[in-house]
Design a protein around this ligand. Structure first.
Ligand code: WQD
Length: 342
């Protein structure tokens, strides 16, 4: 029997498509909503091929409240996962109002419509960016948030606060915010993965495009940071593991496993990896040489951050399982699939 149904807003995107697969695999019904602002129908087709289920899809902008209302009228679902947001840190500095409008209007519409239609549970995509440059590693959910350093980061903080306040004010609403560390990799089938438009801003897509010959040379931004090899340290989390954290969050709310109505979890591996370590691991796992050079530091980068994921491990019963080797092999397999490389 099918468990309850989840509306996945932004389900054609990178994390949304992987999460849709894991929800279907876990027995949940899924409805995908997306406006293709940074995604393609091919991802929905990938979800359908991997799962063998004809997952329903609606093309809609979650910021367009009247159009979005029709999705609530048409489909029965208890839960919503909100991935439908813009995520490029640099772009958010150039176009702050685009970020505030997209990321906050979509969430406001979701909360209002959930109340209007009596839908209960929402999982929100937050980010480790809310911690800024932490004073102590690893960060726990109790580590204080620092003032945001970009409009993108600010939308994540405001959204968390909006959810906390809404849950406090409106009975019947429950929420879990997942603070992702750095999501990387792709589905092992190589049917879905990350598809950045234009020049990739994030490290792993830049690495895979360099390996594919689309970019000439990877710039490693800084080798003079106060870290063992001088490059920045992050907690890289496999996208399939990350997707499974959403299933755990949904089941916690649907099955009423908690008295708490608003909860926050760090979703990371607990392992810090430097940029240079990641580059060398990618070369080793995929048996290739990457053209890279040391370049100046990138403005706005923090030196190091990695998660203490114990709360998610113990309370959600979720743990990152895939090795960095598997993840980097999957990232390369996906890039090769997209480029038609044998
Ligand atoms: C990782 C490391 C770079 C590109 C941001 C957001 C976060 C999350 C993910 C949304 C850094 C270095 C990168 C390159 C490099 N948000 N790098 N050469 O900045 O940790 O996190 O994206 O989706 O909220 O803040 O991720 O992948 O850009 O960078 O050396 O060409 O790789 O300096 O140390 P970041 P990233």
């Amino acid at each position: 029997m099918k468990k309850s149904t989840v509306l996945v807003c932004g389900g054609a995107g990178y994390i949304g498509s992987h999460t849709s697969v894991e929800l279907v695999n876990a027995g949940y019904g899924v409805v995908i909503a997306d406006n293709f602002s940074n995604s393609e129908m091919a991802a929905v087709e990938g979800v359908r091929r991997i799962t063998g289920v004809d997952v329903p899809f609606v093309e809609v902008d979650c910021c367009d409240r009247e159009a979005f209302r029709k999705v609530f009228e048409q489909y029965e679902f208890d839960s919503v996962i909100h991935f439908a947001a813009s995520k490029a840190v640099g772009e958010s500095v150039q176009k702050p109002m685009l970020y505030y409008r997209n990321n906050l209007t979509s969430l406001m519409n979701i909360i209002d419509l959930m109340r209007e239609f009596g839908r209960r549970n929402i999982v929100f995509s937050s980010s480790c960016t809310v911690y800024g440059e932490p004073d102590k590693q690893p960060v726990t959910e109790q580590t204080p948030r620092k003032p945001a350093t970009s409009p993108y980061g600010n939308t994540k903080q405001i959204s968390e606060d909006m959810l906390r306040d809404s849950v406090a004010a409106y009975d019947g609403l429950k929420s879990i915010a997942l603070r992702y560390f750095n999501p990387i990799g792709a589905h092992p089938s190589a049917l879905i993965g990350e598809l950045p438009r234009g020049v990739p801003q994030n490290l792993v897509p830049y690495i895979t495009q360099t390996a594919a010959g689309i970019r000439e040379c990877l710039s490693v931004f800084g080798d003079d940071y106060p870290t063992p090899d001088g490059s920045c340290i992050r907690d890289y989390i496999d996208v399939v593991d990350l997707a499974k954290a959403h299933v755990a969050a949904i089941s916690r709310m649907v099955e009423n496993k908690s008295e708490e109505r608003y909860e926050i979890f760090n979703i990371g591996t607990g392992r810090g990896v430097s940029v240079l370590e990641l580059v060398h691991k990618f070369e080793e796992v995929n048996h290739l040489k990457l053209n890279y050079k040391i370049a100046p530091r990138r403005a706005g980068d923090i030196v190091a951050i990695w998660a203490d994921p114990s709360r998610a491990n113990q309370v959600l019963g979720w743990k990152a399982e895939r090795s960095l080797d598997e993840t980097l092999a999957a990232a390369w397999a996906w890039e090769k699939h997209v480029r038609g490389i044998k």
